[in-house]
Design a protein around this ligand. Structure first.
Ligand code: CO
Length: 134
């Protein structure tokens, strides 16, 4: 069911500072910031060749990463995203297996313009999992 690793997302309190770490200290290619108001975050992409890192900063009130940053004020790994060939089939199979899908269970459009769903971290070894339609 799982395809390739699409990205690892790191929540950060300061996107400019985080981009500087990846660009200047680590020598990576860092994109321009992209505001995603429907997800409550601003994101930059760090292209890694075989995958990418997304740096997420809260955007607006009630950002879904605000509570995470309160617990992890200097930032931290927030979620990991796997591609699946059929998102709805994957969702239905996981629900039958007892996994919890976050939100109303319907896909939203993710940062790359493709449908995504999030799975409860308690069902996946303490890691918030995002599934993205390949
Ligand atoms: Co993501």
């Amino acid at each position: 069911m799982l395809g390739r690793l699409n990205h690892v997302a790191i929540a950060v309190p300061d996107l400019d500072a985080a981009g500087t770490v990846y660009r200047d200290m680590l020598g990576a290619a860092v994109s321009a910031p992209q505001a995603l108001p429907q997800h409550g975050v601003t994101v930059v992409f760090v292209e890694m060749g075989n995958s990418r890192i997304e740096l997420l900063e809260p955007l607006g009130d009630g950002s879904p990463i605000a509570a995470f940053l309160e617990r992890n004020p200097s930032g931290g790994m927030h979620h990991i995203c796997y591609e699946v060939p059929d998102l709805l089939a994957a969702r239905d199979r996981l629900i039958v297996a007892g996994a919890r899908v976050l939100g109303n269970g319907e896909p939203k459009t993710g940062a790359h313009g493709k449908p995504v769903l999030f799975l409860h971290p308690r069902d996946f070894l303490g890691t918030l999992v995002e599934l993205e339609q390949a």
